[in-house]
Write a protein of this length. Structure first.
Length: 148
């Protein structure tokens, strides 16, 4: 277009050159970016796995320490229990009760003149049972007769 505009000047001819801009040639990037990303990711993954394993071992160790502490407490409590059972057996024994009665309470065995013997007549008990049985039967009969 510029050449036509300036064509009315015959003396001078102006050549207008179109400058073609050459597109810059881009160098093809190698796919090294994927390799670099992969090379950076692997150490972080390994670090994460290592930290996870280490935390689990720490947890196992703390549980083991707590378990040994509880086992020690169990042994101590069993010793205390055995001591209390032995003390209880000593307190419940007849010999210990007798000794405490004599020493602490001043009790003694009764003498022959302090002993009182009581005779029980067995016939009176049987008669009372018969009376009560007869009394019961009469009450039942009177109750039944009152119903009619």
């Amino acid at each position: 277009m510029l050449a036509r505009e300036f064509s009315y000047y015959p003396e001078e001819t102006i050549e207008v050159k179109k400058k073609h801009r050459k597109k810059p040639v881009r160098k093809k990037k190698n796919n090294n970016s994927i390799l670099k990303l992969f090379a950076l990711t692997i150490p972080f993954v390994l670090l994460g796995i290592s930290l996870l394993i280490l935390s689990r071992y720490a947890n196992i160790t703390s549980i083991r320490q707590e378990l040994t502490k509880l086992e020690r407490e169990k042994v101590e409590l069993e010793k205390i229990k055995m001591n209390l059972i032995a003390d209880l057996e000593g307190i419940k024994s007849s010999a210990k009760i007798e000794e405490d009665a004599i020493t602490k309470l001043g009790m003694t065995y009764p003498t022959e003149d302090q002993i009182v013997y009581i005779t029980v007549n067995h016939n009176t008990i049987e008669d009372e049972e018969k009376i009560t049985l007869g009394g019961r039967l009469s009450k039942i009969l009177s109750f039944v007769s009152n119903l009619f």
